[in-house]
Write a protein that binds this ligand. Sequence first.
Ligand code: SIN
Length: 291
Amino acid sequence: MSAKPIRLKIEPLDGSFGAQVTGIDLAHARQKAEMVAALEAAFLEHHVVAIRGQELEVDDVVAVSRCFGPLEPHVLDRFHHPDTPLVLVLSNRVDANGRAMGLKDAGSFWHSDVSFKKCPARATLLYALEVPDEGGDTLFCDMMAAYDALPEKLKHALDNAIAVHDYANRDRVAHRTGTKPRLDSENLRSVPPVRHPVVRRHPVTGRKALYVNPTYTVCVQGMEASQSESLLGEIFDHCLKGQFQMRYRWRPKDVVIWDNAAVMHAATTQNLEPSKYRTLWRTIIVGEPTY
Ligand code: SIN
């Protein structure tokens, strides 16, 4: 007899997408196939899923993340968790010698995780160990709704377009805001530029989404630089309209998992006051090539 499908209690987050799931203990639920299937369904439908009040150790975070697919270490190895390179520590704390205890700002720019690789991240999971009472929110942008709302003529023009994504562009963007480059030349060589469709079909649902972002996307292939820049500018202005955005306000012990084929996101940690501590663990769930 096949297992009865589970229905989770799901409530919308503020905005037109994203959901909060309650009544689930992830440390145990991850062992139950029907729970994992229900979470996966929520993830596909809502793009961003928050599960509050979770008591997790680092092994649990890895195991829960693995329910969504294989994991990979982040290209930036300096802030891997001491017990596993599969967990990146995001933190603005420093130790007694003044050394950073984690990556202070994982990306206060709009991006889709790991779009600089041929196999970008399917999903990202964050677990909040400590968060300030105010600040350090994460912003999300619904790239499926943004695609749906494009004028038909532009949709048609973009449908077969290819864009180039390059990690090196992140450091250029960061440099403009006064942040130091994150990767040394050896790290950079391991992430050469890659190509992805501008309009990407979701690998599971088949729904179309815009798959370009201001951090890693450098140009549209086959276009003059100025033409490509103006097209990307037009797309980003469109996506970043308030109607496609959602702000997630963290609480300690929150787990948030998001679908990088459906949303882009931006941290706001660049503006966090140094006296307000924020420490999260992050995993990256590997996706498939986009074409
Ligand atoms: C990220 O960009 O992956 C992290 C987001 C955050 O720290 O809010």
